[in-house]
Design a protein around this ligand. Structure first.
Ligand code: GDP
Length: 139
């Protein structure tokens, strides 16, 4: 099951710019089914835990400030080959390097404010989905 699911967040810049609808449209017309979704805001503690792998990186402080400054939309997506296909759909971390037509090319401004998150492995998709959606929900 995990091989067919990935986890995404529409980051605060996407919400601030009014891009929720356009990005979700792009996701669903690209063949992803939204299995679970919520609008929420990350606390500093939750955000630091979510991005713990980056805690030693020089941009960690900026990343936490960015990701906690406003609402996000968290969602679990389903599609065959979901993790890899979604990474292709969002494009490179730096929108300047992202391919034409990708979400980051269309909607992101910079490496620091890059519109969307997409899990980078099946294992992380499951961990990140569970982080945001408790086991109490059935989907
Ligand atoms: P991703 O898997 O494409 O999201 O990229 P990474 O896992 O390498 O980085 C996680 C997130 O940290 C990125 O999506 C950016 O929001 C942020 N980030 C990565 N590199 C930088 C950087 O050099 N500067 C800043 N400010 N943020 C960065």
């Amino acid at each position: 099951m995990a091989t067919n699911r990935t986890f995404t967040m529409l980051k605060p810049d996407s919400i601030e710019k009014g891009n929720i609808g356009a990005i979700l449209e792009k996701i669903t017309t690209s063949g992803f089914r939204i299995v679970a979704m919520k609008m929420t805001q990350l606390s500093t503690a939750n955000c630091e835990e979510f991005y713990a792998i980056h805690s030693e990186r020089p941009f960690f402080g900026e990343l936490i400030t960015y990701m906690t400054r406003g609402a996000i939309v968290a969602a679990i997506l389903e599609k065959e080959n979901a993790v890899e296909d979604f990474r292709a759909l969002i494009g490179a971390t730096n929108p300047a390097d992202a391919a034409e037509g990708t979400i980051r090319k269309l909607y992101a401004d910079s490496m620091g404010e890059n519109a969307v998150h997409g899990s980078d492995s099946n294992e992380n998709a499951e961990i990140e989905g569970n982080f945001h959606f408790s086991g109490r929900e059935q989907f």
